[in-house]
Design a protein around this ligand. Structure first.
Ligand SMILES: [Zn+2]
Ligand SMILES: [Zn+2]
Length: 309
C-alpha cells in the first residue's frame, strides 16, 4: 500500500501567539525604538517601470526579475503618456507631486469570500469598492484632468471566481493579460502595473487617494498600494502585512511589509513578485507562496506563479 504524504503546512501557532502577546504588551516608551512603527517609504523617488514591461508576443518569451510579463498589448491603448511634471532630475518619479483624482463618491459594494468545503475559494460580488472613490469621469478643469481626461464611469460587474483554497505553484509561470489580475478585499479589481499604452500605470495615470481609477470597461481597479487603501483594509500593526486580496491563480497578495516588518521592494521578491514563507491563511499559519504589493514597479504581480482562472 502506498503511503500518503501530507502536504507540509508548517504550523507556527505558538510562536505567532507569543509574538502577538509581545506586540500587545509592548512598551510605548517614546525613547526606545518601537518595532510597531513601520519603516517609512520614500514615495518621492520611485523608478519608472516602463523599461521593465516585457511582452510575450513581442519577443519576450519569459518573465524576469523586477519586470511585468504581459501576454500582449492592446493596439488601441489610451491614457496619459506625459509624467514630466512629477519626474525628478535623476529620472525617478515622485508620487507626492503627482495629482490625484479628488472626490468622495460612495458605492454600494457587495463582496463575499467563502470556502466551499471542496477545496475551492468562491469569491462573489459586484466589483464596486467598499470605500469612496474620486470622481470619474475625471472632472474637466481639475488638476488631474489636464494630464488624463479619463472619460469612463464606474459601473457594477459580476464577480465570480472559483479559486483553489490552497493554490499550487505551476510548473511554469504564465504571462499576465489585460483586465483584472486579482480581486482586492475591498471588492474591486487589482490590475497589473501597465497601462494599455505600455507604460507604468501608477506613474502616469491619474488615480484617486486609494490608488484606483476606472477604464474603458468601467471597472474600478487599483494600480498602487496607496496608504488609504492599506489602512482601509487593515491598519498596519507589526510584522508581516495582512492579506489585501487574491490574485486569479488563488494566491494571496499582502501589503508591503515582510516577515520582520521590513519594507519590501520588488528586489526582495521573485520574477512573479512573490515569495514563500509561513503566512496567515484562512486562520492558520502555513508555508505558502504569496504575492506582495510594493511601492515600486511592478507593484503587485510580475507573472502568475500558479494557474490563473
Ligand atoms: Zn488602470
Ligand atoms: Zn511575505
Amino acid at each position: 500500500m502506498k503511503k500518503m504524504s501530507l502536504p507540509s503546512t508548517g504550523k507556527y501557532t505558538l510562536p505567532f501567539l507569543l509574538l502577538a502577546v509581545v506586540a500587545i504588551s509592548g512598551c510605548k516608551d517614546p525613547d526606545t525604538d518601537d518595532p510597531n512603527i513601520p519603516e517609512p517609504a520614500d514615495l518621492s523617488h520611485l523608478p519608472f517601470g516602463g523599461p521593465n514591461i516585457l511582452i510575450r508576443n513581442q519577443g519576450n518569451p519569459q518573465p524576469d526579475h523586477l519586470s511585468l510579463w504581459l501576454c500582449g498589448l492592446p493596439s488601441d491603448g489610451a491614457g496619459n503618456a506625459d509624467a514630466s511634471d512629477w519626474t525628478n532630475p535623476d529620472g525617478t518619479w515622485d508620487y507626492t507631486r503627482k495629482p490625484q483624482v479628488n472626490g468622495n463618491v460612495s458605492w454600494s459594494s457587495e463582496f463575499n469570500v467563502a470556502l466551499d468545503g471542496n477545496g475551492n475559494r468562491v469569491i462573489t460580488g459586484n466589483a464596486l469598492p467598499d470605500h469612496p472613490t474620486g470622481v470619474f469621469p475625471i472632472t474637466p478643469g481639475s488638476a488631474a484632468y489636464q494630464y488624463d481626461g479619463n472619460p469612463n464611469i464606474i459601473s457594477e460587474h459580476e464577480v465570480y471566481y472559483v479559486l483553489p483554497e490552497i493554490p499550487q505553484v505551476a510548473a511554469e509561470p504564465s504571462c499576465v493579460p489585460f483586465g483584472p489580475s486579482g480581486i482586492s478585499l475591498t471588492g474591486s479589481a487589482i490590475y497589473h502595473g501597465s497601462s494599455t499604452l505600455g507604460n507604468d500605470a501608477a506613474a502616469h495615470e491619474m488615480l484617486d487617494r486609494f490608488g484606483g481609477h476606472t477604464d474603458g470597461t468601467e471597472r474600478y481597479h487599483y494600480h498602487f498600494p496607496a496608504q488609504d487603501l492599506q489602512d482601509h483594509i487593515h491598519p498596519y500593526e507589526a510584522g508581516h502585512s495582512v492579506i489585501m486580496g487574491y490574485m486569479l491563480d488563488g494566491f494571496g497578495i499582502y501589503g508591503p511589509y515582510g516577515e520582520n516588518g521590513e519594507l519590501l521592494t520588488s528586489a526582495d521578491l521573485d520574477e512573479c513578485h512573490g515569495h514563500t514563507h509561513p503566512v496567515y491563511w484562512d486562520g492558520e499559519m502555513i508555508d505558502l507562496y504569496h504575492y506582495h504589493w510594493t511601492y515600486d514597479f511592478p507593484y503587485n504581480i510580475g507573472c502568475f506563479k500558479g494557474t490563473p482562472q
